[in-house]
Design a protein around this ligand. Structure first.
Ligand SMILES: *Cc1c(COP(=O)(O)O)cnc(C)c1O
Length: 430
């Protein structure tokens, strides 16, 4: 498998280099040089394959000889350890539940697979790999759970003090072992800036082998293609569209990659909250990044989605080709709350605010395409957004034990100012 930078197609690297380095030096993002169609008959045979088998065959198709077969099978088996069930909501709409992993969000798929790939590529190396990751909430929990106890890898998670929920904080700060949390007196942007500065700091690069686990790493997108096939397998209808609640657009990009590999879906719905630069682009053909706007679906509060450049590349930078396959939708917080409440009262389904945005797009699309079937991605367990969901449905929610057990565990984090010297001193003194 070769990958190239979206800024320079001559800049080609191996999968190992793309995964360990995360970002090309030219500021682009790594993309597979080719995304070929899966073998003929694969889609027809889906119903006879388990989720793990589907995942293995796609991984093998994409990754090829970069990893020996037996090793790759182990990597897939250790990553895909929980199901992705499709649950019917109405005659025309179902949901694909992606929250059955350890941190209760779809990011578990990407984080676990990336941890396995990184462990594979650094096995036997004499230097430990140190992963730096900035989180505004969900990424950190998935990365902490995905990398916990992975041999040869240390993880340092930076999160903004007082700006993540109590349970999210527990997910980052209570595992111990190779997972370390830095509580930064600043914003998420400060955390990201500290990580970027650390990557440029020669004193650190001579001492550590540094990598990043943010969503720009191609290792996170590969496993996200698997569950689109798994969902298609479970759906009776053959005329399917996917509605993808989106922020940085990694999930949607993975769906488009699945389509290029031969998944027979007609369209994707790009469902956003008030941060609607991609729906605007799909309407006007102009991409204008904005400052992010705070909403109740806060994992999608992204004003300059980094995977947009990957989407453009998949369509040869042609607006009308992308606009044929991807329809844009944007919804407000009051609309999102009403959707949570309607889903509960009419269909006894409890959605989280992100899934609810996906449902709104699916519902709007199906009202004018009644012969198709829409599957919206439910990207987090509703208990991760306990206050807003309970308040909206006026009922207490049952909290999964994986989450409630954490509340008794002791937080361990290093409190640091947002000055770079504080962070570099911390790293150099470790
Ligand atoms: C990260 C996240 C999203 C956005 O996914 P992207 O791939 O960044 O578009 C949506 N919902 C939840 C719950 C998330 O954590």
């Amino acid at each position: 498998m070769n990958l190239y930078s979206t800024n320079d197609s001559r800049n080609s690297v191996s999968l190992r280099e793309a995964v360990l380095r995360s970002l090309p030096k030219d500021g682009g993002l790594y993309m597979p040089a080719q995304i070929n169609k899966l073998e003929r008959g694969f889609v027809e045979a889906l119903s006879s394959l388990s989720f793990v088998e589907i995942a293995y065959r796609i991984a093998q198709h994409l990754i090829g000889s970069a990893i020996p077969e037996a090793e790759l099978r182990g990597i897939v088996e250790r990553s895909i350890t929980f199901p992705a069930p499709v649950v019917p909501i109405t005659e025309g709409i179902s949901t694909l539940e992606l929250f059955h992993g350890p941190s209760l969000a779809f990011k578990d798929f990407g984080a676990r697979f990336m941890a396995q790939l990184m462990a594979h590529f650094t096995k036997g190396a004499d230097q430990e790999l140190t992963i730096l990751v900035a989180t505004s909430g969900d990424t950190g929990g998935a990365v902490a759970a995905g990398f916990h106890n992975t041999p040869g890898i240390e993880v340092i998670i930076l999160y903004p003090s007082g700006r993540v929920s109590n349970l999210q904080e527990k997910q980052l700060t209570t595992l111990g072992g190779n997972i370390h949390a830095c509580e930064i007196e600043g914003s998420f942007d400060d955390c990201q800036r500290l990580v970027k500065e650390a990557f440029l700091d020669q004193r650190l690069s001579s001492r550590y082998l540094l990598s990043s686990a943010n969503s720009i790493n191609i290792a996170r997108l590969i496993p996200q293609t698997f569950y689109y096939f798994e969902a298609y397998k479970q759906c009776d209808s053959r005329d399917v569209v996917f509605s993808v609640p989106s922020g940085n657009f990694g999930n949607l990009t993975a769906g488009l990659m699945a389509k290029q590999m031969g998944l027979p879906v007609s369209r994707f719905l790009a469902a956003t909250n008030a941060n609607q630069v991609v729906p605007q682009y799909l309407k006007s053909g102009t991409f204008e990044p904005q400052l992010s706007i705070s909403t109740i679906s806060n994992a999608m509060d992204v004003g300059n989605p980094s995977n947009f450049s990957r989407m453009l590349h998949l369509y040869g930078s042609t607006w009308n080709a992308m606009a044929r396959d991807v329809l844009g939708y944007s919804f407000t917080d009051p609309q999102t709350k009403k959707a949570i409440s309607d889903l509960h009262s009419s269909f006894s389904y409890v959605a989280d605010p992100h899934g609810a945005v996906g449902y709104l797009a699916a519902d709007q699309y199906i009202s004018t395409h009644p012969n198709q079937h829409a599957i919206f991605l439910e990207t987090a367990h509703p208990a991760k957004f306990l206050d807003i969901v309970q308040e909206t449905i006026s009922q207490p929610l049952q909290i999964p034990t994986r989450l409630s057990d954490l509340s008794h565990r002791k937080k361990e984090a290093t409190l640091l100012s947002s000055q770079y010297t504080a962070f570099s001193d911390y790293l150099l003194s470790r």
